[in-house]
Design a protein around this ligand. Structure first.
Ligand SMILES: C[S@@+](CC[C@H](N)C(=O)[O-])C[C@H]1O[C@@H](n2cnc3c(N)ncnc32)[C@H](O)[C@@H]1O
Length: 220
């Protein structure tokens, strides 16, 4: 049996995923679509094999280059907030391991995602291919510019924390669309925030405290 197949039993089995989903419910995740996808998707394939047995724990995990795969709760909560806009097309900034994009790809028509670190992007593409996810478009670049050629997006998701929401990303939102991500509040502390336009004004709804990796400019 291959190493991957072996990883399919024990700490990475469907039963382990079900335990994770029970914990997500207890933490307040209510959207059954999100819970259903996270129960099916093999999160352990998105981290190094040495960390696979920890993939379903309530924690962020290192993915190399000083970056992390967010904890399951954070992925679930952000996905719920994105789905509230009933999106067909979503732009994610910060592909990382590709797990968040994979969760979204099971729930919306098309996911576009941008990552500034090329090795992470390449690894993520390999994982989506392996899982047969063909509705993800990924680009190497600085997420601050967004993806004008594929805009507008019904939702934009930030998985790193910028000092200010980049203007280009707000411009690339479709009418009625929303930006979800960690933004700094008045006190300077990060909060998971939903930003949407109402009567020509941007309204920021702070959902809960957050702790994301910093936004970085440029590409590498
Ligand atoms: C918390 S990790 C992302 C986790 C990822 N969504 C996943 O499912 O694994 C944040 C990612 O944002 C990327 N990032 C930070 N600033 C960026 C920028 N300006 N443009 C594109 N990617 C950026 C980092 O390189 C890192 O991979």
């Amino acid at each position: 049996m291959s190493r991957r197949r072996l990883l399919g039993v024990g700490m990475t089995s469907p039963r382990t995923r079900e335990r994770m989903v029970r914990r997500l419910r207890a933490q307040g995740i209510r959207d059954e679509r999100v819970l259903g996808v996270m129960a099916r998707l093999p999160r352990h394939l998105f981290v190094d094999e040495a960390l696979a047995s920890r993939a379903y724990e309530d924690t962020a995990l290192p993915i190399g280059h000083g970056q992390t795969l967010s904890q399951p709760y954070t992925v679930a909560r952000m996905t719920e907030l994105v789905l509230a806009a009933a999106p067909r097309r979503v732009l994610e900034i910060g592909t990382g391991s590709g797990y968040q994009a994979a969760v979204l790809a099971c729930l919306v028509e098309e996911v576009c995602t941008i990552e500034r670190l090329l090795p992470l992007l390449r690894a993520a593409r390999g994982r989506w291919r392996e899982l047969g996810l063909h509705n993800i478009r990924a680009r190497h670049g600085d997420g601050a510019r967004g993806w004008p050629a594929r805009a507008p997006f019904d939702a934009v998701l930030l998985t790193a924390a910028p000092a200010e929401p980049p203007a280009a990303l707000l411009e690339q939102l479709a009418p009625g669309g929303r930006l979800v991500g960690p933004l700094a509040g008045r006190d300077g502390a990060q909060a998971l925030t939903v930003l949407r336009r109402e009567d020509g004004r941007w309204i920021a709804e702070s959902v809960e405290p957050a702790s994301f990796v910093p936004w970085r400019g440029g590409v590498a």
